[in-house]
Structure formats: C-alpha cells, structure tokens
Design a protein around this ligand. Sequence first.
Ligand code: COA
Length: 436
Amino acid sequence: MDWQSHYLSRLTSSDEAVKRIKSGDRVVVGHACGEPSALVDALVANAAEYRNVEIVHMVPMGTSPYCAPGMEEHFIHNSVFVGSPTRAAVNSGRADFTPVFFYKFPELLSTGLRPDVALVHVSPPDQHGYCSFGVSVDYTKTAAEVAGIVIAQVNPNMPRTLGDSMIHVTDLDAIVETDDPIIELGAPVPSEVEMRIGEHCASLINDGDTLQLGIGAIPDAVLRFLTGKRDLGIHSEMFSDGVVELIEAGVVTNARKQLHPGKCVVSFLMGTRKLYDYADNNPAVFMAGVEWVNHPMVIAQNDNVVSINSCVQVDLQGQIVSSSAGLKQISGIGGQADFVRGSAFSKGGRSILAIGSMAKGGISKIIPFINEGSAVSTLREDVNYVVTEYGVAELAGQTLRERARRLIAIAHPEVRGQLQDEYERRFGNLDKTIGR
Ligand code: COA
C-alpha cells in the first residue's frame, strides 16, 4: 500500500479514534503548545468508557480537563511538570508526579513508562509522506516511536519544522484531521522587576555566547537587553518570540557555535503565530528530541554556553529549589539541571539562576533554610550566578560565609535583617553594613 492509501485508510474522527484506548492503558499526550487538544477533548468526552487510564503529560498548556474533580474515577494523571491546570489535582492527591531529568524522560518512555497509546499533533505529510512534530518534538517523538498505537491530529496550522522532527504516515495508526489554531503563549510584558533582572543577566552575557533560556517572563526580559550583543547562539530546550526578534535584528547569528553553526537548536517552541511561521520550513531552526538537545554532553559541545533559568527558592548556601515549595509541587525541573550541567561541562560555560526577590504574596525567594519537603533541583556546586532585581551574586568558588553574604545583598530589603540574623547565628562576625 502506498503512503497516500495508508493515510486515507487511517482517516477517522476524533470520537472514533479515542475508542482505541482501553481501560488500564497508559496514554502519553503531546507536549506544551503541541498538545493535540481535539484528541484530548474527545478522550475526556469518552471518559465514561474508561477506568484507570493513565495520562502522562508534561507542561500543560491546554485546560487538562482529565484533572477535573470527579475524573479520577476514569483517569489517573501522571504529571512530569505541574502547571496551573494540574497543580490542584497533583497537590490534592487526585494526580501523581514523576520527577525525572528532561533528557532522561524519552528513555523512561522507552522502558518503565512505555505508552500503550500516544496522542500527537503533527503537520500534514510532505510529498514523501513525512509529517513534522512541529512545535513539540521533545519527548513526543519518542512517545510516538515506542507506543503500541499512535493517534495523530493532523493540522495544516502545525509548522513543518525541520531537523530530526519527522514521523512517516505509515507509522500512524489513526489520523484525525483538524484545522484548529495551535496553542499560543503570548509574549509576556515584563514587569519593572523582571526588566531589572533581565538587565543584570544581560550584563553577564558576552558576544558569541550560546544561550539556553528557561520558561517564564524573566528569560523573555533578558532578551530585551541583548540588542547590543553580537553573534549570540541558541541551543535551548525551548524558546519563544523574543529570539525571533533578535535573529531579525542580527544579534542571534549562531555563527560561533561549534554544534550546528548557523542554526538555532531547540526541542520545543512556545510562542505566538509569529514564531511558528518563522520556524515553518526553516532550515535555520534545527529541532530534535530532548534526549539529544538536552543531553549535558551534547550541550557541552558548544563553548561558552550560558543557561538562564528561574526557581522557587534559594537558600543561603546557594542550593536551588525549582519545582516545589515544601511538599507543594509547583512545577517541574524541566531541563534546568540538564542545562546547568551542560553549561558546567561547556568550555567557558556559566549558569544563571534569575529570580524576583519576592514570590507572589510577599514570600522571599532567598531563605535561610529550604522548607521541609522542598526538593533541591540544582546543587550549590553547580550554580555560577544568582540574579535578582537587586543585582548579581556570583557564587562559584565562594565560601559558605561569602555565599550567604552575597545572597543577602541581593535579597529584598524587607528580609535582609532577618537573613542577617541567621548569618550571625551561623558565622558570627555580623557585617551590619550588608545591603543597609
Ligand atoms: N513559595 C511559594 N510559592 C511560590 C514560590 C515560593 N517561593 N515561588 C513561586 N511560587 C508560586 C507562585 O505563587 C505561583 O503560584 P500561582 O500560580 O498559584 O499564583 C507559582 O508558584 C508560579 O510562580 P510564578 O512566579 O508566577 O512563575 P514563573 O512563570 O515566573 O515561573 C518557576 C517560575 C520557578 C515556576 C519556573 O521558572 C520553573 O518552573 N522553573 C523550574 C524549571 C526550569 O527552570 N526549567 C527550565 C526550562 S523549562
């Protein structure tokens, strides 16, 4: 059978396609802005037919309706990165959470967490019968390669991204055509605090550096301060619209990268239609699975890698908590540890942890002790810089005493006194002048 005939023979409706899922199956759902929303909606509409269907998913950009109260009779959500639609379910015990390095997640899908069904979102086939995973190659490609059944939402709005980002039509078991808009993440307008953090981070970036940008408003703010730099490169698990602006301005050229010079290397995209149109059919954007893009030894093949990520808490030793506050699961580790390690292995590489000094509700992010139950995501030995709106604390190579002193100096002024009291208890020798 030629691929065109295979395509037509597998064409079905979303309601019919999800009937192939059986109670007790493990279903892996395509990631982030690549979530196949029509398939997820059909799955949830068919909930009455299922018992104990495990739904494995990472960054939730849709509404995650399988997490709604009452759905636990039908679905068990196994989250790898909690977001606002899934946080209540995970923290109330209606859903589970699996900690795993992002670069190791595809391996887990191939072994202990092998899916019965993968729900994926792809571009229409090209003249050779290949569909592109579009905005999300990450773990989605591996999920489709190892699943028993692959159900694909085929959508002309999905950009045809290039690299190691394709699946052949003959590997799809059910095909559902839609033309829904791809999920977008609007470019956030950075606050004044985020702008100050962005400016401090930008001061640590040199011409020719290769950047990894984490998730959230702060990495976006950093990009705004890079317009005066030259020949920056991108090797990042994700990026958003801000990078396109820097490419158009001639700031990001990827010219000095050792690995895939001239190309942005990335595993998933989260942005607006502008970003997706830029990536469509564009050989300057090389997309591949996260097991390769995020592998620390791959990252380190570039010199001068700078990783920029955010976190939830930093203690006075420089230990980084990125995904929890006490036992409350707030997000996931994502690729933070992968890129912090990768930048540590990179010749001339550096890691930046950038935070607002206060979380919502006036909780200091710089704290004397990590809360009971919080999980350390990034070791104190791996952190080069912590940045807040009050400045930069360079921690690498510093003593415990000096780390604490530098972190207090960039904490919010309201809590510096309290942190200094702890400093004095620990080290004596109080320096009353810090930050006062
Ligand atoms: N104590 C208690 N709650 C905290 C907190 C703290 N110290 N810090 C953040 N939170 C809560 C916020 O109140 C908010 O809750 P809400 O959504 O119910 O209002 C939630 O955590 C998210 O915080 P916010 O500051 O809005 O998030 P952000 O979009 O700036 O992202 C991280 C910050 C830390 C959650 C995010 O950067 C992350 O997940 N990082 C770790 C993973 C990573 O770096 N991956 C690499 C790229 S994927």
